[in-house]
Write a protein that binds this ligand. Structure first.
Ligand code: ZN
Length: 1093
């Protein structure tokens, strides 16, 4: 077997890897480029990424000519405030704990401390958002590279500014590099726990297919709008590419082929089936929801941000009663689109130097694309699928001109309280590009539909004519597939190449002295004992355990034994499985033995003196054990691995933690973990790493085991059962969530988009199998993904484009399922329309991912410069190309008003900050989270939410399940917003701080904290007491409500002035100046200075 597959695409073997396909569809990987074990079959059928590729030029010519939909929305000029006399005074400084030099006067508007000495040169984008250098399309396109390509820039005058290092990082020169270096750091999920969501969140109510209508055929076929494309183009292309070549060849009964390659997902044509009537043998299948398929965020911990409390789809009383918006009506609707759906507020001009209070009082909602309401109503929810630009530029040249990144952010396996599930013998897909039928296709008539991605005209299968929901015939556009942008199919057998694997869980535990001392083994065993019956699975579920120190210990759990048997393997060079058949056992059959083991394990090593640990060999053993089935490997590790393969040495120099220079050792020290991860991926094994360490443990190296196997990393620095109760509490809650949340096995995800658009770099944890196919041995509901996109061909004739993410996985019950999300966005041809649709949070999230890659592949200063330049470039473009009336100040469109603030927050974030002491592992973990977190949680990590909580009232409160939830306003992150008389809650996503002022309202101290006075507030307080007071009830309701918005469990720290954690709290005050970083106002001045050059 050749390794060509991953070495070429994912860069194993030490090559710089492009974890993301290179641009342009190089269509097919060579067959049988498996990366599995020798002797095992790898992935055989490398089907072209987008289905049989070359349908000939004629195929795509069917694009409908569009004339009616003009993008120009509104005059770009809006009244602005008259300029004020000068810069605002600096933030006022409350008495306590001022950051140094806080009171100093901001630098004058035009200072000489330019970071970019080449003042003559216009700012140059420091990274290309597209995969190629921008074509010289009639505009002066600067070469890719950073602003500065020649001499190092002068350091800002510290004396006049009061900070010691330029925040955007050392501004050394750098060669214009390749567009964007591929990622080489993994990103990982947030540990989490909170009550688990329902196993399968879809409505369980099965829908009974009625018999097909008999008697006279449904008479009047509904007249459908005429085809909107030119006559003649509706004909399918003559040369019908064979759909299933490759697949059938390898689909032999003897093939031991993992399930999840694109077989079903990709270019596979399901055999023509024509069995209307009840499908057989799918208990609980064909379940249609009885409620409208929305994303109601009620009690279920679905992780909605606060802004989405209201059911987004509440407008529709029932999805199936919505007007039949299939795309049949798409074009007419668009034709009549008067664009009033676009909020003009997005383009209101804001002078950032004048307007200080830019944060909305409540959470920020994503922009709504300017689509007709009936289309938008069907669109995919932004929590699941989101674009940085909700209006897609017509050309790459236009995109380049806007200097905004184009990309998608996905949360594809998010827990949903309502999910329509369809069982059907035929899953209707485009015969050319394999797109799943969706709400945005175009029904030409009752028998034909036109694909919204490749424009091929397809036949409507006979079965699709019958709507099981309404039990009516002849209205294919009312099928649930055409009424729901998020839907799940139960896949028929052709989507499987082997029987779906059972749920398989292998736990690998470090039992060296160091690990045992932390006490974590008790927590893991206890949590497993409590949740053993809640592990997702069925009667086939398998479980196994491996422990390791200087040797590797296996546990024979075979049915019939009176107690578990420990088997020790001390040969670390050539690890073997002592009794391969009885180490990974059926959980149901061997539950008592498993429970015995979990009860005795914590004591078994309590006296150990082994300080070494052989993580690498243990991982190899675990891989061998899980390889035949695939599954999930959960690794608990407490220190640097010291023995055998994969042993590591400390690379961190504590003296460099506060360095303002470039950060070293962000990339792995060895490729052992990455290579093993790729082996795991090939055998459908994902590795989750729980790092419980007080010392440096080289997450940059160890994390690769999870990154490339689609696992997650959880990190508990300074973990100790007794000494660190907050950490222990988080670990317990995270474990519960981890063990009981939904899981998908042997998964692949493919992202398709309308022809002309192209997907390139991916961000997240996965292995890129082919140009648009991600291999995900496991998929979990807390994982986010991002992709960058470019515009390959002009979208001139298009009104809208669509994006579709299809996730094919095996459920823990052994069902093959496909979850499909489709998003439709308008195409625009003016810069002002592009800016009007900018989604500042999505842009920030994508830039954060790109910057992580950049800091690893190039340097931290490079990444920091690039982020700063992203602001400068886009606002510069806005000023010169959108604004028609020039005026002084730093001007942004309203929708981007938070862009500089978010970027400054990123520069001060643990991942990217310099000049502030930051442990290397903490930094690497933050980078992982930036790439792996779904956007809603990511934003809290970047820009925490600050609330005053000693004055909570019921005014404007929410009412959720009979609980009254106060809704205090969000405050700016500046000490000027604090007061000694108050108490303030900071929600930073994974952690919350409740800062109590020295003169805090005594009422709050007694009624909420249960202490008589300020000195009595404990130094370490992580719980709010349950007091029977209105204040306590309100405060706990608010904190509890915030926690319910996310699936993992943020710990709460009550802090006061003396607390050690106060520094963490203050470091999140991103608007303030620190010794090493600019204040927000200074940053704005810097940006303005660069723009006006
Ligand atoms: Zn198609």
């Amino acid at each position: 077997m050749s390794n060509a597959g991953f070495s070429s695409q994912n860069g194993a073997g030490g090559q710089p890897y492009a974890n993301g396909p290179t641009q342009g569809a190089f269509p097919v990987q060579p067959v049988s480029q498996g990366y599995g074990l020798p002797g095992q079959l790898g992935y055989h059928n490398q089907v072209p990424a987008k289905g049989p590729m070359p349908p000939g030029p004629g195929l795509y010519n069917a694009a409908p000519p569009v004339s009616a939909y003009q993008g120009s929305l509104m005059p770009p000029t809006m009244p602005v405030r008259p300029p004020m006399g000068g810069p605002l005074p600096p933030p006022m400084q409350p008495g306590q704990t001022p950051p140094p030099s806080q009171n100093s006067v901001p630098p004058p508007m035009a200072t000489t401390n330019s970071y970019y000495p080449n003042a003559q040169n216009p700012p140059v984008s420091s990274w290309n958002y597209g995969p190629r250098p921008p074509p010289p399309m009639g505009m002066a396109t600067p070469p890719p590279g950073n602003h500065v390509t020649s001499s190092p820039s002068p350091v800002p005058n510290p004396a006049s500014q009061g900070f010691s290092a330029p925040p955007p990082g050392p501004n050394t020169s750098m060669a214009p590099g390749p567009p964007l270096p591929p990622s080489s750091l993994s990103s990982w999920s947030q540990p989490g726990s909170v009550p688990p969501p329902p196993m399968n969140a879809m409505s369980p109510q099965p829908y009974q297919y009625g018999p097909p209508p008999t008697g006279p055929p449904p008479p009047a076929m509904r007249p459908t709008p005429p085809p909107t494309m030119p006559p003649g183009t509706a004909t399918p292309p003559p040369a019908m590419p064979p759909q299933n070549e490759g697949m059938r060849q390898t689909h032999t009964p003897t093939s031991q082929v993992p399930n999840s390659f694109e077989g079903g997902e990709g270019g596979y044509t399901h055999p023509p089936t024509s069995q209307p009537g009840p499908p057989l043998g799918r208990p609980g299948g064909h379940a249609y929801p009885s409620l409208p398929p929305g994303y109601q965020n009620t009690a279920a911990p679905s992780g909605m941000p606060p802004s989405h409390l209201a059911p987004p789809y509440s407008a529709g009383p029932s999805a199936y009663q919505q007007p039949s918006m299939g795309a049949a009506q798409l074009s007419p609707s668009l034709a009549g689109l008067s664009l009033q759906s676009q909020t003009p507020d997005a383009l209101r001009v804001v002078n950032l130097l004048q307007e200080r209070n830019l944060l909305p009082p409540t959470a920020i909602t994503p922009p709504t694309p300017p689509l007709p309401q009936d289309i938008q109503k069907l669109n995919c929810h932004p929590d699941v699928f989101r674009s940085t630009l909700t209006s897609i530029p017509q050309t790459q040249a236009l995109l380049n001109k806007a200097k905004l990144p184009l990309g998608l952010l996905l949360h594809p396996f998010k827990d949903l309280s309502q999910l329509p599930v369809v069982t059907s013998s035929t899953i209707v897909r485009c015969r050319s590009c394999r797109t799943y039928i969706n709400p945005f296709v175009n029904f030409l008539d009752q028998r034909r539909w036109k694909c919204n991605l490749c424009y091929r005209v397809n036949d409507v299968p006979e079965e699709f004519m019958y709507n099981p929901v309404s039990r009516s015939y002849g209205e294919p556009h009312k099928r649930p597939e055409v009424q729901n942008a998020t839907i799940e199919f139960i896949a028929p057998s052709e989507y499987m190449l082997r029987p779906p694997q059972p749920a398989a869980y292998l736990f690998v535990l470090d039992v060296s002295h160091n690990a045992v001392q932390t006490g974590y083994i008790d927590v893991v065993c206890q949590s497993l004992l409590e949740n053993l019956n809640a592990l997702p699975g069925d009667t086939r579920t398998k479980i196994g355990f491996i422990t390791f120190d200087t040797t590797i210990h296996f546990y024979n759990l075979q049915e019939g034994l009176s107690q578990p048997q420990m088997l020790i393997v001390s040969d670390l060079e050539d690890v073997f499985l002592p009794t391969p058949d009885s180490l990974l056992v059926n959980l149901n059959e061997c539950k008592e033995l498993v429970q015995d083991l979990l009860k005795s394990l914590p004591q078994m090593f309590s006296k150990t003196m082994e300080t070494q640990c052989a993580l690498g060999p243990a991982l190899q053993a675990a891989f061998k054990l899980l390889s035949p089935t695939g599954g999930r490997m959960s690794v608990f590790q407490s220190q640097l691995p010291t023995l055998g393969v994969g042993a590591l040495k400390s690379r961190e120099d504590p003296n460099q933690r506060a360095s303002a220079k470039d950060i070293q050792h962000l990339s792995p020290a060895t490729d052992f973990y990455k290579k093993l991860a790729l082996d795991c991926s090939g055998q459908q094994v994902a590795v989750d790493l729980f790092m419980l360490s007080s010392q440096y443990c080289d997450l940059a190296s160890l994390g690769c085991i999870s990154r490339y196997s689609a696992g997650s990393v959880y990190y508990y620095p300074s973990y100790h059962n007794q000494h660190n109760p907050a950490q222990t509490e988080r670990f317990q809650k995270d474990l519960k969530r981890y063990l009981t949340r939904k899981i998908g096995f042997e998964a692949v995800m493919r992202i398709r988009c309308t022809k002309g658009l192209s997907i390139h770099t991916f961000h997240g944890n996965f292995f890129v199998r082919s140009t648009d196919l991600l291999s995900l041995p496991n998929v979990n509901p807390d994982a986010g993904f991002a992709v960058q996109m470019s515009i390959e061909e002009n979208l001139t004739d298009m009104q809208v484009v669509s994006f579709q993410a299809a996730l094919l996985y095996t459920s823990s019950k052994g069902e093959r399922r496909i979850r499909v999300h489709t998003m439709c966005l308008p195409v625009v041809n003016s810069l002002s329309d592009i800016f009007a649709g900018a989604d500042v949070q999505a842009i920030t999230g994508l830039l954060a991912s790109m910057a992580v890659d950049r800091s690893v592949a190039a340097s931290m200063s490079d990444a920091r410069d690039a982020m700063t330049n992203a602001v400068i470039d886009s606002l510069s473009s806005y000023r010169t190309a959108v604004l028609t009336i020039q005026q002084p100040g730093l001007l942004t469109p309203n929708c981007l008003r938070l862009f500089p603030l978010y970027i400054l927050a990123l520069l001060k974030q643990k991942a990217f900050r310099t000049g502030t002491s930051t442990r290397l592992d903490d930094r690497v973990f933050a980078m992982c989270q930036l790439k792996y977190q779904p956007l809603a949680y990511l934003m809290l990590m970047i820009h925490p939410a600050l609330y005053r909580v000693d004055t909570l009232t019921d005014e404007g409160a929410l009412n959720v399940n009979d609980r009254t939830i106060p809704q205090p306003g969000v405050l700016q992150l500046s000490v000027e917003k604090l007061s000694r008389e108050g108490a303030f809650l900071m929600d930073a996503g994974t952690v919350m701080y409740l800062w109590v002022g020295r003169n805090c309202n005594p009422q709050f101290l007694t009624q909420v904290l249960g202490v008589p006075n300020y000195p009595a507030v404990p130094q370490s307080m992580t719980q709010l007491p349950e007091l029977d007071t209105a204040e306590s009830t309100r405060t706990r309701a608010f904190v509890g409500w915030l926690r319910e918005q996310r699936p993992f469990y943020p710990t709460l720290h009550v802090i006061k002035d003396e607390s050690q954690l106060k520094a963490n709290f203050m470091q999140n005050m991103v608007e303030d100046r620190t010794e090493s970083a600019l204040s927000y106002y200074e940053f704005l001045l810097h940006v303005q200075q660069q723009i006006s050059k």
